[in-house]
Design a protein around this ligand. Structure first.
Ligand SMILES: *Cc1c(COP(=O)(O)O)cnc(C)c1O
Length: 217
């Protein structure tokens, strides 16, 4: 696959779902990919990327930003409280807001630095103990709490359990977003972004289908 192929498939999925062309943002997930592969995608003009770890992102993105200008960086991995400030300085969007303490920390730092990234609340739709995210039943209250802190929550994000049909999880998240008046829906990865677009995704997070398999060491 290439970036162009993925964009073509996204455009087709938008049309098939009766969605406006360009209504889905492609986040290229560049975690643990070699710099050359990331640069190749930057050279094609793509500017939206997702990273899992603050420290890894700090190592590569300031340099790319100097060379390629304005970037649209999304944190899509768990955020430890002690990395919050660094994350808020680097990322334009944090997709993994998942607990009250983190919400309060972000609100306090936003006051200090005078800006706040866009935020997605991560929901643990599969109720998996090992996975981050607020429980489905706690989502409405948590979104309300974030709003009472004046946090710019723009949507919901989930990572469905592996090896299950993701569609019911996508629909559940879409329902939760709608009833909370949230437009953003970050769902869909390499294996299921078309199904996610059919379910209303506004952001898809695609890694290996663009960059190739992740090399882990
Ligand atoms: C790694 C990752 C992705 C991308 O996964 P692919 O299957 O490589 O597309 C998407 N979302 C999150 C949260 C991830 O950690």
């Amino acid at each position: 696959m290439s970036l162009t192929d993925i964009k073509t498939r996204i455009a087709k999925a938008e049309t098939d779902a009766g969605r406006d062309p360009g209504s889905v943002r492609l986040i290229a997930v560049s975690k643990v990919q070699p710099d050359e592969r990331v640069e190749a995608v930057l050279e094609q003009g793509h500017r939206s990327f997702g990273e899992n770890r603050v420290q890894e992102a700090q190592g590569k993105w300031p340099g790319f930003a100097e060379r390629y200008g304005d970037l649209d960086l999304h944190l899509i991995g768990p955020l430890q409280s002690n990395k919050t400030r660094a994350a808020m300085e680097l990322f334009g969007t944090i997709q993994t807001l998942d607990r009250p303490k983190l919400a309060r920390t972000i609100a306090r730092i936003a006051d200090e630095i005078g800006h706040c990234p866009d935020l997605f609340v991560q929901v643990n739709t599969g109720d998996e103990t090992q996975k981050a995210g607020v429980a489905v039943d706690d989502t409405d209250a948590f979104v309300a709490e974030c709003r009472s802190l004046s946090l710019p929550v723009i949507g919901l994000m989930c990572i469905p359990p592996i090896d299950t049909d993701p569609a019911p999880h996508f629909r559940l998240l879409a329902d939760l977003a709608a009833r909370n008046g949230l437009d953003g829906l970050s769902i869909g990865m390499s294996g299921d972004f078309e199904a996610a677009i059919a379910a209303g995704a506004t952001h898809v997070r695609v890694g290996s289908a663009i960059f190739g398999a992740r090399v882990t060491g």
